[in-house]
Design a protein around this ligand. Structure first.
Ligand SMILES: [Zn+2]
Ligand SMILES: [Zn+2]
Length: 380
């Protein structure tokens, strides 16, 4: 789900050939890209950039992963940032499994630079069930792109077979599901026959063993890292935006944001100009006289050239205040630099001169866990 498989081979070729292309000339598919200017790789509407966000989890070769009932293990792991440029911030590592409540794993570091590996230890047990015990690690990581920060969760599973209380049941197996480490794939040990430290060393893996990680999308939404928990829905990159009631020259075409995850809003026009308007807006926020439909220049002059950005981030819509103008979300003033999540039915107001204001309301269309359309409907 949400992988680069969302694109055909013609799209991938087109995107690689022309870094500026926003449509595939072969099939017409919109090409959504990584928000980092130094990357711009294709990203699926719900996916992450696999070049910028790529974690590798492995068990250290010294890991001893054998336990008897009632025993605890301290398992050493290594976490690698496979990206060549982008650092990751590791927000948390959570552990759960058979008979184990979900608990945060204490890690003393946060920053994981590109191409770097750092270590942490997971304490498990005491094991209360003999036989197959599962151990799951969920890693929450944040990456900063040029104008957005994205947080993702990834999970990896191990299976540990714990020896039962019956002394005749002496064989225990340890296996990594989904891992590929050749002949070391299954470790069979008999701890009753080997009680010394030396033998515990012999029980160690002997080689680093990879643990397959997968995006934990349900966890992301349920824990509030991505999407809207209450709606149980996420906004994909290809969501359709519709601007209702704005003058034709003030609004972008209805449809997805093809240039990136940011919609710039303010008094400045949509037209780029070398001198007065080097940073044109996408959506102009100006006040018009209701009966005549004419621009109220005096009332509009109070509005900042750049009022705010709407940002698609973490499968949600945010509004981020850009200046000192009177921007309000549901009547609450939003000062420069502050950002808020925008929900279905929110009211956005920009105060102009002479007590006049421009307001619009948001409306989400939701279908099967996805927000398929976001409407900005002008109310004044
Ligand atoms: Zn194509
Ligand atoms: Zn990227």
């Amino acid at each position: 789900m949400g992988g680069s498989d969302d694109y055909r081979s013609c799209c991938r070729t087109a995107a690689a050939d022309d870094p500026g292309a926003i449509f595939c000339p072969g099939c017409g598919q919109a090409l959504f890209r990584c928000a980092a200017a130094d990357c711009r790789r294709l990203v699926a509407p719900l996916g992450h950039c696999t070049a910028c966000v790529s974690l590798g989890l492995s068990l250290e070769k010294s890991a001893v992963v054998k336990a008897r009932l009632g025993e605890c293990l301290r398992v050493p792991f290594a976490l690698r940032n496979n990206a060549s440029v982008r650092p990751l911030s590791i927000r948390s590592v959570l552990r759960d499994g058979t008979g184990l409540p979900q608990e945060a794993v204490p890690i003393t570091w946060e920053q994981l630079d590109a191409e770097r590996t750092r270590a942490f230890t997971v304490a498990t047990g005491p094991f209360v069930n003999s036989g197959i015990n599962s151990l799951r690690l969920t890693i929450v990581a944040t990456a900063a792109f040029d104008k957005v920060e994205e947080t993702y969760a990834f999970s990896g599973d191990l299976a540990i077979e714990v020896e039962g209380a019956d002394p005749t049941q002496v064989v225990q197996n340890f296996n990594l599901s989904g891992a590929d480490f050749g002949t070391a794939g299954m470790i069979v040990a008999n701890p009753r026959a080997s009680g010394t430290d030396r033998s515990r060393q012999a029980d160690a893996l002997g080689a680093r063993a990879d643990v397959a990680l997968e995006r934990a999308e349900r966890f992301e939404v349920e824990r509030g890292y991505r999407g809207y928990d209450r709606l149980a829905a996420r906004i994909p990159r290809n969501v359709e935006f519709v601007y209702v009631g704005f003058p034709a020259g003030d609004k972008p075409p209805d449809g997805p944001w093809l240039q990136g995850p940011v919609l710039r809003c303010g008094r400045n026009s949509r037209t780029h100009d070398a001198r007065p308007n080097t940073e044109p807006n996408d959506l102009c926020l100006r006040i018009y006289d209701p009966p005549s439909g004419e621009l109220d220049r005096e009332a509009s002059a109070v509005i900042s050239r750049r009022v705010c950005d709407f940002v698609l981030q973490n499968d949600r819509l945010y509004v981020r205040s850009a200046g000192g103008s009177g921007l309000e979300l549901n009547g609450e003033r939003l000062d420069a630099g502050n950002a808020r999540v925008v929900n279905d039915g929110d009211a956005v107001t920009v105060q102009g001169g002479h007590g006049k204001a421009l307001s619009f309301e948001t409306g989400f269309r939701v279908s099967s866990g996805l927000v398929t359309q976001v409407r900005f409907t002008k109310t004044s």
